[in-house]
Design a protein around this ligand. Structure first.
Ligand code: ZN
Length: 139
């Protein structure tokens, strides 16, 4: 069995951003040379997510509004976590809802995704350097 590991780096201009990273994950798969196996993609930070869904701008804005309803950024005093001096209590909650990682099957050298499935990086406390791990195992 072979394995291939790589970081994707992000520094988003906004506190919250939703970035389609499918193309970058495909590039990592291509350089791995692996034809059959599994591809794990996970956020390495507890205020960011990796998830799979549709690349449709209305849906992405709906997600953002929904997440702000569930865990609004303000008032910052709402979160006990922010008593540590941080202001990202909301971002930890958003990450919990949107998830840490995805696993995609690799079949015949390709990401075996459903028809509308795209891999996203969800940033909830951006404007600083953060990374996503891609690890592919197989043959
Ligand atoms: Zn925090």
């Amino acid at each position: 069995m072979r394995s291939h590991r790589k970081y994707l780096w992000f520094e988003t201009p906004n506190r919250r951003d939703y970035i389609n990273i499918t193309g970058e994950v495909r590039k990592v798969l291509k350089e791995s040379g692996i034809r059959e196996g599994l591809c794990l993609v996970n956020a390495m930070h507890i205020t960011a997510s990796v998830y799979i869904n549709d690349d449709e701008q209305g849906l992405i804005r709906d997600y953002d509004e929904w997440l702000e309803t569930l865990a609004p950024h303000e008032p910052i005093s709402r979160y006990r976590h922010n008593r540590t001096g941080e202001d990202n209590g909301d971002a930890h909650h958003k990450r919990q809802i949107m998830g840490r990682e995805v696993v995609v099957a690799v079949t015949d050298g390709k990401l075996d995704l459903g028809p509308w499935e795209q891999i996203f990086y969800g940033e909830f406390d951006g404007r600083r350097k953060k990374r996503v791990l891609v690890k592919i195992i197989g043959e």
